[in-house]
Design a protein around this ligand. Structure first.
Ligand code: DI6
Ligand code: FE
Length: 408
């Protein structure tokens, strides 16, 4: 505590999401946007409080800034009509095969200007931030031409500049076959591999590469080709795997050392084992499970047994997961997938950071990590996953800066 802090938060209870567990009656010191101290209140141990600004946390609970590691936040339009069609008995796959689904959002996103896309996504981002999100992953995948994928990724980057949030971009050109390539799968894969990936990576627009491995999208063999190009460009990979059927996506992802495999409702025991071996994070997306009225749960018991880290994310998108609350997803992960509260809390913090390859920098409250944290108006951390909706955030700190929530 000898060094000067820019800010010292006193009188807080800290859920560190690290090996240190919970530290009650603690203080958090911030210096140059980084956590410089977390532990017992310095005054209590007889050491001087040496900070430019001291803020009384009034016994609030502090969580690491939330990490939403799987979103499709940039898109135009909405698909409430499909919601009604599903209520009337249609399935997600049927709607997709009839030209709706992802293809419908592709049409509106292609037609939208960059400015419209930015404004629409900004409105959604504000709502996610109010839950305490300080890092968000945003995928492309509703453009499927080089120009419109570029437009989406540029909007994602702009969001990171305009808001006090870290944005990680993912290229999802292999989301679905665009209509103009309906009879030419090979041609579209060539476009992804030979043109889109090298050009967009060359512009610095891609942090990772994703795909939808499913019978209504791409096969493991096709995704393997895309991953080969990602590898040659030095980009990490991840995969939408086993969402609607056991397609062998998780095993493919593991073979490429993927950061994460996501959805996983139909994941097999063999898939779990391979993910454990490769250190691939299982990203659970209860919003999609709930919206599609799925009944097949991801094999949480096996993932737990094999020590596969589990993250929880919104999958925010207009089709299968129209949600803007990561906290609600933590609730659903507990309620629908039987995660413990600690698993859910780690799922939206440190394990989500790991799913982005950023766990050395963010995701827990530890000395040396970026000072991203959220103060909650609760009596105990379990309340984070307990309340359905409402607002429990009282303060949000991003990179050491105290944000004005009302002004977001
Ligand atoms: N799986 C999903 O849950 C989202 N993408 C994907 O591959 C849904 C995208 C959509 O329906 O618009
Ligand atoms: Fe998704």
């Amino acid at each position: 505590m000898s060094q000067q802090h820019d800010t010292l938060w006193t009188n807080v209870n800290v859920y560190t999401a690290s090996g240190a567990g919970i530290i009650e009656n603690a203080a958090i010191g911030v210096r140059d946007g980084t956590i410089a101290w977390v532990g017992p209140l310095p005054g209590d141990s007889g050491k001087p409080i040496d900070a430019r600004e001291v803020i009384d946390g009034r016994s609030r609970w502090v969580l690491p800034g939330l990490v939403d590691c799987h979103t499709h936040l940039v898109f135009a339009g909405q698909r409430a009509g499909e919601f009604e069609a599903r209520l009337a008995g249609s399935s997600y796959e049927e709607i997709s095969r009839a030209g709706g689904g992802i293809a419908s959002t592709v049409r509106s996103t292609r037609d939208a200007s960059e400015e419209t896309l930015f404004q629409d996504a900004a409105g959604r981002l504000r709502q996610l931030l109010r839950d305490g999100v300080t890092t968000i992953e945003i995928k492309s995948g509703y453009g499927l031409t080089i120009e419109s994928e570029e437009k989406m990724l540029k909007v994602a980057r702009r969001l990171g500049e305009a808001f006090p949030v870290r944005v990680v971009t993912t290229f999802l050109g292999a989301h679905t076959l665009p209509p103009e390539y309906a009879d030419d799968r090979k041609g579209y894969l060539r476009l992804i591999c030979d043109d889109m990936l090298p050009a967009l990576a060359g512009q610095g627009l891609i942090d990772a590469v994703d795909g939808f491995c499913e019978r209504i999208a791409f096969t493991p063999e096709e995704m393997g080709r895309v991953f080969d190009v990602a590898r040659s460009l030095g980009l990490p990979v991840k995969l939408h795997a086993e969402q609607l059927s056991d397609s062998g996506g998780a095993a493919l992802a593991a073979r490429y050392g993927a950061l994460s495999a996501d959805h996983l409702e139909y994941l097999s025991e063999d898939g779990v084992r391979r993910m454990a071996e490769s250190g691939t994070v299982a990203v659970l997306l209860p919003g999609a499970f709930y919206t599609l009225r799925d009944t097949q749960r991801p094999p949480v018991g096996l993932l737990r047994k094999q020590g596969v880290p589990m993250a929880v994310s919104t999958d925010a998108n207009p089709g299968s997961s129209p949600t803007l609350s990561l906290r609600l997803m933590a609730n659903m992960a507990c309620q629908l997938f039987s995660l413990t509260v600690d698993e859910a809390l780690h799922g939206v913090t440190i394990n989500a950071a790991k799913a982005l390859g950023l766990d050395a920098e963010i995701g827990s409250i530890e000395i040396g990590k970026r000072a991203d944290f959220v103060l909650l108006d609760v009596d105990e951390p379990a309340e984070f996953a307990y309340w359905l909706g409402g607002n429990i955030v009282s303060e949000l700190v991003s990179g050491g800066t105290r944000l004005d929530l009302a002004a977001l």
